[in-house]
Design a protein. Structure first.
Length: 407
């Protein structure tokens, strides 16, 4: 297709820069706002085009040489050509734009961040390799600049032929025991089985419903991480944050200013936030549909006053919420960390109706976070603070933390 000269405007959600060519929107990967570029239009739709950079006529002062030789080929990073501080600013601007598009007045966006390289504790390999950008091509890898030392040591010392086949989860770091777990994903043969997990000197036996995860728990897949001075156990085949330093900073902000009798941890996972909330409240209520995760939440909260519900948020509201509020009164605070799709509609409606005084809302998608925030604000909440949680430097992935106070 034809070559055109174009000036990149702002960066959009997903990491591509927006530009205009004869009034038509053009999205350009690996561009930086303000750059003058010669690009080739690679795909043309009715409302927009996509393009690739042919040459950089006027580079941004924030453009740097990528650290990784696989950058642009590997599907992992897409902002490594930008200096770290400006990356954060761009991600914060995208987060702010998402909220403003919902008509929300946004306070200054703060950032929680740490080192831009050597931070990532969680990896997934496919047949021992990473996956190429926009394809299923496997890329053998011996070192990754964003990985922690423990993962890179494994990659360097384990030939591709000796790595497990299929989908493999790696989790490791100096904070973890053991320091690295390599877990090959397997599918459960039964719908329910017993599992025994060590918690200190105790052995806890749980029934695990296979409907939720489709994987089998194995003792060798379990890791204990020291998070802000507390041991937290989880299965590396489940979800856990990859950037432990930023997680610890996030926990501190989530807990800041909270105390009282009762707190709700909605979409609680393995109870990471609840472990710390239990020090601030008389009782913690956890709601998490993945009962495998709740196995670990029970371990992590052993000895703390809490109740756990292995239900979706919508089902918990339908079946349990009214009785709990009648018994104990409203929650003093709610901490909520939903999946990428955001809060379930029933959860958002319930929060707007019951109006707990403080809601700390964590999100891995700024668009759904802004959507849910708009409903809370319409119900009378004030957006008191908004943070960029910079869990994934070198990428366009955005996580955020908002505090809502009922006025």
């Amino acid at each position: 297709m034809a070559l055109v000269t174009i000036v990149a405007d702002k960066m959009t959600f997903g990491g591509n820069c927006l530009a205009k060519n004869n009034g038509k929107a053009v999205f350009i990967p690996f561009a930086i706002p303000g750059e003058t570029l010669q690009v080739e239009i690679t795909e043309s739709k009715r409302d927009y085009d996509t393009a690739k950079i042919v040459s950089i006529i006027t580079p941004s002062p924030h453009r740097i040489e990528p650290t990784c030789p696989l950058y642009g080929t590997c599907g992992g990073c897409n902002m490594m050509h930008i200096d770290a501080a400006y990356q954060r600013q761009l991600r914060a601007d995208i987060l702010k734009d998402c909220f403003e598009r919902e008509g929300i007045t946004v306070p200054p966006v703060a950032s929680l961040y740490d080192q831009p390289l050597g931070y990532r504790s969680r990896f997934q390999l496919h047949n021992g390799a990473l996956t190429a950008r926009a394809s299923n091509t496997e890329i053998p890898i011996l070192n990754c600049p964003v990985a922690v030392n423990e993962i890179n040591t494994y990659l360097e010392k384990t030939p591709l032929s000796q790595r497990p086949r299929g989908r493999v989860h790696l989790f490791g770091g100096a904070f973890a025991t053991p320091s690295l777990v390599v877990a090959q994903e397997t599918h459960a043969q039964t719908q329910q089985e017993s599992t025994q997990i060590k918690s200190g000197k105790r052995t806890i036996k749980k029934k695990v419903n296979r409907y939720f995860s489709g994987t089998t728990l194995h003792q060798q897949n379990i890791i204990t991480a020291q998070i802000a001075g507390k041991p937290i156990q989880f299965d590396v085949q489940g979800f856990f944050q990859s950037n432990i330093s930023v997680l610890e900073k996030t926990i501190a902000v989530v807990c800041d200013g909270l105390s009282g009798k009762n707190v709700l941890d909605m979409y609680a996972g393995a109870g990471t936030f609840s472990v710390f909330l239990a020090d601030l409240f008389e009782k913690v209520t956890l709601v998490e549909h993945n009962r495998d995760a709740l196995v670990f939440a029970e371990i992590n909260l052993a000895g703390k006053k809490h109740e756990s519900y292995g239900l979706s948020g919508a089902k918990w509201i339908k079946e349990n919420a009214d009785a709990i509020l009648q018994k104990q009164g409203n929650f003093d605070a709610v901490v909520i960390d939903p999946p990428r799709s955001g809060m379930e509609k029933e959860v958002n409606i319930w929060l707007c109706k019951t109006k707990p005084h403080i809601i700390k809302s964590v999100s891995c998608d700024p668009a759904t976070h802004a959507r849910d925030a708009a409903a809370l604000i319409k119900a009378g909440y004030k957006l008191d603070s908004l943070y960029l949680l910079d869990f994934y430097p070198q990428t366009s992935h955005i996580e955020s933390l908002a505090t809502f106070v009922y006025q």
